[in-house]
Design a protein around this ligand. Structure first.
Ligand SMILES: NC(=O)c1ccc[n+]([C@@H]2O[C@H](COP(=O)([O-])OP(=O)(O)OC[C@H]3O[C@@H](n4cnc5c(N)ncnc54)[C@H](O)[C@@H]3O)[C@@H](O)[C@H]2O)c1
Ligand SMILES: [Zn+2]
Ligand SMILES: [Zn+2]
Length: 378
């Protein structure tokens, strides 16, 4: 079968690889109908992770069940399913309490809890930017979707970014009526903004410098804030009578940069501490890594981020972090899509065949105008 394979910094190629097979009775094989390129894939694409060459990428997957192992009795061949990016066993202590993103059993790397498809440090699992994908613990992990092809481009956001954006607002302990600031108008930030509006925010500010992305934020009713024009935290303070937003979401990650493109991994955390009011919450879903050899400072190379912790403490703020436990939210978010209350496909800019994956990566990585979210259609 064909699959998107990592070949070194800024190089991916569609290669012929062996088809996946059922390895355990609890496995299923899914034939992909849609598989998205994610901002998280770009950390690997840019050579900023330890992912090995030859890895099949892709963790935002959906499709039709092609085969099931003998121990699988809920999921059936022919089912249309969304595949959460977390690979979870369903029976460990963290899975049992809903933290499938920190499954204690599926990642064999010592000290790393939580596994994913096609991702650096997240276990030996192949990704789904391919024709077929092996899904461990299929009965537990797979979310059933209505048969047919309706809502395909909405449902494809259920594997990662819609639940991740929602999780950002949850970690920030957002309440209805809150003013919410979201840093990053990439796919995750836009999903956090969409989630905040569905959850009854009074106002949502979205900070970025990419005009096309800010325009999209404006289109869904958020207030765009351009950080290249003026200090974004000051802009939020000015817009909230000096008080600050009630809570905030970090949807940028460790490659945060200033208006000139220079990286400052602490920049967005500092801006959140400044622009969220005292006692407010900050949900960090943008990715930070334990080691970043490509970082610009020695501290950051060791994964140490020197943000305004003193002000954070003085303001009595709280912060939640980490990979999103997709299963905690995806069933309800699916039903919001079916009910017409959520339409996460608004950010889809490109639908490409798998054969054009390299072009999709290159142009999404450059944040070329109009390349907000790329879906691959194997
Ligand atoms: N926690 C999770 O489960 C999870 C899941 C998916 C993605 N992520 C992470 O979320 C982050 C965002 O993902 P994405 O797909 O939206 O990526 P993306 O790279 O497309 O979007 C990031 C956006 O941040 C903007 N940005 C950069 N510096 C900024 C600054 N100083 N202030 C405001 N905006 C700034 C960029 O212009 C860009 O539009 C990534 O770190 C990704 O790895 C986390
Ligand atoms: Zn993703
Ligand atoms: Zn588990």
């Amino acid at each position: 079968m064909k699959a998107v394979v990592y070949q070194g910094p800024r190089k991916v190629a569609v290669k012929d690889v062996a088809e996946p097979a059922i390895q355990a009775p609890t496995d299923a094989i899914v034939r992909l109908t849609t598989t998205n390129i994610c901002g998280s894939d770009l950390h690997m694409y840019e050579g900023r992770t330890s992912v090995e060459e030859g890895k099949i990428l892709g963790h935002e997957n959906m499709g039709i069940v092609e085969a099931v192992g003998a121990g699988t009795d809920r999921v059936k061949v022919g089912d249309r399913v969304s595949v959460p990016f977390n690979i979870a066993c369903g029976s460990c202590r963290n899975c049992e309490s809903g933290w499938t993103s920190f499954c204690l059993r599926t990642n064999p790397i010592e000290g790393m809890d939580g596994a994913a498809y096609g991702y650096a440090n997240m276990g030996p699992y192949d990704g789904g930017q391919a024709e077929l994908l092996r899904v461990p613990y299929a009965d537990f992990n797979l979310l059933e979707l209505p048969q047919g092809t309706e809502h395909e481009n909405d449902f494809t956001m259920l594997s990662d970014i819609f639940p991740t954006g929602w999780h950002g607002t949850e970690l920030a302990r957002m309440q209805p009526g809150d003013k919410v600031v979201v840093f990053g108008a990439g796919p995750v930030g836009l999903m956090a903004a969409h989630s905040a509006m569905i959850r009854g925010a009074a106002e949502v500010f979205v900070v970025d410098k990419a005009k096309d992305r800010l325009d999209l934020a404006g289109k869904i009713g958020a207030t765009p804030v351009d950080f290249s024009k003026a200090d974004p935290a000051q802009q939020i303070l000015d817009a909230t009578g000096g008080r600050g937003a009630d809570c905030g979401v970090e949807a940028v990650g460790y490659q945060a940069h200033d208006g000139t493109g220079q990286e400052h991994p602490e920049l967005v955390l500092d801006n959140l501490v400044k622009s969220v009011r005292s006692t407010g919450g900050i949900g960090v879903v943008g990715v930070y890594v334990p080691e970043d050899p490509g970082a610009t400072s020695d501290l950051a190379k060791e994964g140490r981020i020197a943000f305004q912790y003193g002000t954070f403490f003085s303001k009595g703020q709280h912060m939640g972090t980490g990979q999103a436990p997709v299963k905690r939210y995806n069933r309800r978010l699916r039903d919001l899509i079916i009910a017409g209350r959520a339409q996460p496909s608004f950010l889809v800019s490109h639908e490409l065949p798998l054969s054009q994956a390299a072009e999709g990566y290159e142009r999404f990585d450059k944040r070329e105008a109009g390349w907000t979210k790329v879906l691959l259609k194997p």
